[in-house]
Write a protein that binds this ligand. Structure first.
Ligand code: CP
Length: 302
């Protein structure tokens, strides 16, 4: 089996294999398999989640796995047990893969080589959210038939966004052009030249894919980073959306702050693929769990 810590280190071949396998599951939304029958998978979420946690659980169940849901609040983490000792404990019980979301960036990469169980990153601080980027890439590939040559504008609270980082690493490996836009205090300059920073208007007008990010108020130290008129200045308004290319689509990882980073009426606009992203999330997580527990692409039917 294989860990999935981030897209920065994952090869284009491995990403492509995951996307191809996820595409098969996306085309068979009612299909189940016994691939993980008798295997235990644990979800450990130390930060809130609706989509990622439930779609990993749906994915694991459709593969026949037994899913254990860890409750941090009632666990021995409250007595000071470390994440390593917690995972090592679950491993001793026979848990083969752990899906982990936590606030601290980079910890999973350090723990993975110390554990026999497979680790899957469900979001680590502002570092990476690899399954989100894979489902975004799958959604884009379904619509355009490719990633190469597309312009993807990632707009908003990039500074706090693991979604932006994973998409940047994943999309640029396949020849997509990534634009970043947002208020200066919410930009991120650690992209090493992989992204071009432009204005929100330039980003919206140039993009094939307009990816709006949630304003992550829970991570902000300075509330002034989000002005009262955020939507008008930096968000996707109805007026701005009129200036999108005719074929362009709107993505948002969700949860959405309706009326903050995106106008309420655009969330279910025909150009918005936000609920298609959620659908694809199950397919991607099935492919990721198969790879984590079974390894490689051995036995994949597609
Ligand atoms: N997009 C995403 O990760 O959503 P959740 O926080 O609800 O899992």
């Amino acid at each position: 089996g294989h860990d999935l810590i981030g897209l920065k280190e994952l090869s284009p071949e491995a990403i492509c294999a995951l996307l191809d396998r996820a595409q098969w599951w996306a085309e068979h939304p009612h299909a189940r398999s016994d691939a993980l029958r008798g295997r235990f998978v644990a979800n450990l979420f130390f930060e809130p989640s609706t989509r990622t946690r439930f779609s990993f659980e749906v994915a694991a169940r459709r593969l026949g796995a037994d899913v254990l849901n860890f409750s941090a609040a009632t666990s021995s983490v409250q007595k000071g047990e470390s994440l390593y000792d917690t995972l090592r404990t679950l491993e001793a019980m026979g848990v083969e893969a752990a899906v982990v979301r936590l606030a601290e960036p980079g910890v999973l990469a350090e723990l993975a080589p110390r554990l026999a169980m497979r680790l899957v990153n469900a979001g680590d601080g502002a570092n990476e959210h690899p399954t989100q980027a894979l489902l975004d890439m799958l959604t884009i590939r379904q619509r355009f038939g490719r990633l190469e040559g597309l312009t993807v504008a990632i707009i908003g609270d990039i500074a706090h966004s693991r979604v932006a980082r994973s998409n940047l690493y994943g999309l640029t490996k396949f020849g997509a052009r990534v634009l970043f836009a947002g208020p200066e205090p919410l930009l991120w300059h650690g992209h090493g030249g992989l992204a071009e920073v432009v204005s929100v208007d330039e980003a919206v007008e140039a993009a094939d894919v307009v990816m709006m990010l949630r304003v992550q108020r829970e991570r902000h130290v300075d509330p002034a980073a989000v002005p009262e008129d955020y939507l008008a200045r930096y968000g996707l308004t109805v007026e701005r959306a009129r200036r999108m290319k005719p074929h362009a689509v709107i993505l948002h990882p969700a949860p959405v702050n309706r009326g903050v980073e995106i106008a309420d009426e655009l969330v279910e606009d025909p150009r918005a693929l936000i609920f298609r992203q959620v659908e694809n999330g199950v397919a991607v997580r099935m492919a990721v769990l198969e790879r984590a527990v079974q390894g490689g692409d051995a036995g994949w039917a597609s």
